[in-house]
Every structure is written in structure tokens, then in C-alpha cells.
Design a protein around this ligand. Structure first.
Ligand code: NAD
Ligand code: DAU
Length: 348
């Protein structure tokens, strides 16, 4: 019997991964472990929560004793580790939270797997989900991040993720833990917490609030629809090679300002406003400290070796995403009230 622990399954990407695994592998038990921080939301999973192969466990990966006990009570055949503090701006104001969850939390999971799987590693897998931000920033438009690009993390968030990647590789080298890592570009889609660029802009346009563009809006990100990331994770988990790293990206680079203008155009159409109305809300604000200029992934290895490619165009993905937020006002209201509102008000 396969039993996979998915950490961070109540978050943005994790919820899409949990849904995909629960529905695609009905004979595999899926245990979703999540601390339900401000970013975790079980409302992301209401459609699959009563499936017989799904269990939710509330718990914190920074609690080593709890994690060890979890591995003693369940014979996990695999781990897909997504739980993390994920927002760069929050890492600038509170780096220690990122050290705790992203570094210590990851090492707690690695330790528990190492001990529980000792001598029976065959057929098991520890999959660590990471980010392209570990590679630093690009300046030359002809350059792309490949799996062998040197690490150069430049924010507390990316430094914590880089550290966790190093620990995962160290456990493979030292203890022969069967691991696989992927580093992905910016995701977008349903359930994305509205502190991140795309959902924040959609929410603010809807509510006629200023659209805060950091600096001159010249930074570039490579956007991938979240279900295509979940598909890649599924493929790598099942067919990737132990010890290997796979870069995942959308080959879809956008300058922030161009993307915000595009969102304004799509929203004007959706809301029946004259074209140009929402763009008037664009406001240039103080740049993010240490703001990385450009991220761009070369996903050739994943495409050539495992046959993955993105299935959703940016036009389709953005249309689905905008429509999802318009159709899920209650979800937005719930996550933008309370603590998020306090954090957001403190940003400007
Ligand atoms: P998210 O912030 O939406 O979700 C993180 C989840 O982890 C939440 O459900 C939260 O409750 C949970 N969590 C946080 N701390 C925890 C703890 N101590 N113990 C247990 N659970 C905890 O994040 P996301 O955007 O879905 O990112 C998921 C993973 O993918 C992260 O590891 C992130 O680094 C990586 N990633 C994200 C992107 C992106 O564009 N969002 C791109 C590449 C990689
Ligand atoms: O590259 C992958 C990473 O993408 C993930 O590892 C992170 O978890 C995820 O949060 C994301 O990081 P970014 O910092 O790129 O995403 P964010 O949505 O915060 O910002 C995208 C760009 O938009 C970035 O250049 C900063 C800018 N921005 C962001 C916000 C929230 C603005 O101009 N205004 C804003 O209000």
C-alpha cells in the first residue's frame, strides 16, 4: 500500500498537488500535513476532503518530536514536501520564521524519513519542492537558469530555500536517502494568496484600490499555471531519478508593469468598465529591498527526459484565474480579513 505524506497541502500549490494525487491515485493514501498558518486554508480542498484515500493532519514541521511520531505511526512510502513560508516580502520583515519552517522544518522531515526508512529505502522517495529564486537574478536576456547554475540566493526567503535544498542533497549523499528536487518559477492560478502579485492586483482592481507596482515595474518573472506545476510534480515524483534536480518553468516571461497593464485590461472587460479605467489605479511604490531583476527557467531537462510541457497558455490561465477570483468572493473575503488586512496595511 502506497502512503504519501504531502506537507503544506492546504496552501496554494499544495492544494492543487493534493487534489491531483487524491483523484489520480485512488489506491494511494494521501496524508496532508499542514500547520494552517495564515497561508493555509482547508477551504482550498472542500471538493476532495471526504475521499476515502485522503486524511488531514494539523501539525507543525518545526516540531521534531511530533514529526518523528508521525513517521512512527504511518509507514510513509513517500513525502512531497511543500510546506514553507513562501512570501519574499514577509521574509524581509521576519527572516527567522523562514529559517524555522524552511530550514529546520525541512531537516526535521529529512531526519524522520532517514530514521524510519533506514535499510528499507528501496521504492521510497523524498521529494523536495523548491524555487528558482535559489539561483539569484539574471541580467543578460539570453541567460536562463539550468539545473547546474550556481546558487546565489539574495533574499532571506531564497536563502532559506537554498539552505533546505543543500540539506536535501546532503542527506542523499551522506545517508543515501532517496531524494528528488525541483525548482520552479512563479506560479499563478486559483487559491493563490492575495499578498502575491497577480491575486493582489485582481483583488485591488475589483475594489478600486491602488495597484502597488514596486520600483519602476521593470522586474521580470516567468509565470506558470499552478496545475501545470502540479502535473510536473506528479511526473517527477513517479518517474524522476533519485538524486536529480529538475527545473520547472513556463517559458513565459513578463515584465511586472506589462503584466499589471494586461490584468487591468482583462479586468476592465470582465467588469464591463471602459478600457483604461483600472490602469488609472497603478501606483509606483518603494521598491522591494534587494529586489531580484529577472528569473527565467530553462525547463529542457524536464521536457526532454520526462516529456513534460506546459498545457495551459498564459491567456487561458489568466482568464481562468481572474474568473475564479470573481466567482469566489467568499474565499477572498475570508482570507483578506483579519491578519492579512493588518499585514497589508503595514506594507504601505
Ligand atoms: P503557500 O504559502 O501558499 O502555502 C504554504 C503552506 O505551508 C500553507 O498551507 C501553510 O499553512 C503551510 N505551512 C507553513 N509553515 C508550516 C509549518 N511550520 N508546518 C506545517 N505547515 C506549514 O506556499 P505556495 O506558494 O503554495 O508554495 C508551496 C511550496 O512551493 C513552497 O515550498 C515554495 O517555496 C515552493 N514554490 C512556490 C512557488 C510559487 O510561485 N508560489 C514557486 C516555486 C516554488
Ligand atoms: O520564483 C518563484 C517564487 O515566486 C516563489 O518561490 C515564491 O514563493 C513566490 O512568492 C514568488 O516570488 P516573487 O517575489 O517573484 O512573487 P511576488 O508575487 O511576491 O512578486 C512578483 C513580482 O511582482 C516581484 O518582482 C515583486 C513584484 N510586486 C509584488 C507585489 C506583491 C509588485 O510590484 N507589487 C506587489 O504588490
Amino acid at each position: 500500500m502506497q502512503k504519501i505524506l504531502i506537507t503544506g497541502g492546504a496552501g496554494f500549490i499544495g492544494s492543487h498537488v493534493v487534489r491531483r494525487f487524491v483523484t489520480s491515485y485512488p489506491t494511494t493514501q494521501i496524508v496532508n500535513l499542514d500547520a494552517l498558518t495564515y497561508a493555509g486554508n482547508l477551504a482550498n480542498l472542500t471538493d476532495i476532503e471526504s475521499q476515502p484515500n485522503y486524511t488531514f493532519v494539523k501539525g507543525d514541521i518545526t516540531d521534531a518530536a511530533f514529526i518523528d511520531e508521525l513517521f512512527k505511526t504511518h509507514d510513509f512510502t513517500g513525502v512531497v514536501h511543500l510546506a514553507a513560508e513562501s512570501h519574499v516580502d514577509r521574509s524581509i520583515s521576519d527572516p527567522m520564521a523562514f529559517v524555522m519552517t524552511n530550514v529546520i522544518g525541512t531537516v526535521n522531515l529529512l531526519n524522520a524519513a532517514r530514521i524510519a526508512w533506514k535499510g528499507k529505502e528501496e521504492g521510497r522517495r523524498f521529494y523536495h519542492v523548491s524555487t528558482d529564486e535559489v539561483y539569484g537574478e539574471l541580467h543578460d536576456p539570453k541567460e536562463f537558469f539550468v539545473e547546474t547554475t550556481s546558487y546565489d540566493p539574495r533574499s532571506p526567503y531564497s536563502a532559506s530555500k537554498a539552505s533546505s535544498d543543500h540539506f536535501v542533497r546532503a542527506y542523499h549523499n551522506t545517508y543515501k536517502l532517496p531524494v528528488v528536487i525541483s525548482n520552479c518559477s512563479n506560479n499563478y492560478g486559483p487559491n493563490h494568496f492575495p499578498e502575491k502579485l497577480i491575486p493582489l492586483m485582481i483583488n485591488n482592481i475589483q475594489n478600486n484600490k491602488p495597484l502597488p507596482v514596486y520600483g519602476k515595474g521593470e522586474n521580470v518573472r516567468d509565470w506558470l499555471y499552478v496545475e501545470d506545476h502540479a502535473r510536473a510534480i506528479d511526473l517527477i515524483y513517479h518517474e524522476g531519478v533519485n538524486g536529480e534536480t529538475y527545473n520547472i518553468g513556463g517559458c513565459n516571461e513578463w515584465k511586472n508593469l506589462d503584466l499589471v497593464f494586461l490584468l487591468c485590461k482583462v479586468m476592465d472587460e470582465k467588469l464591463g468598465r471602459p478600457e483604461g479605467t483600472s490602469a488609472q489605479l497603478i501606483t509606483y511604490v518603494t521598491d522591494r529591498a534587494g529586489h531580484d531583476l529577472r528569473y527565467a527557467i530553462d525547463p529542457s531537462k524536464l521536457m526532454n527526459e520526462l516529456g513534460w510541457k506546459p498545457s495551459v497558455t498564459f491567456e487561458e490561465g489568466l482568464e481562468k484565474t481572474v474568473q475564479w477570483y470573481l466567482d469566489n468572493q467568499k474565499w477572498l473575503e475570508n482570507v483578506t480579513s483579519g491578519n492579512y488586512q493588518k499585514y497589508y496595511d503595514g506594507m504601505y
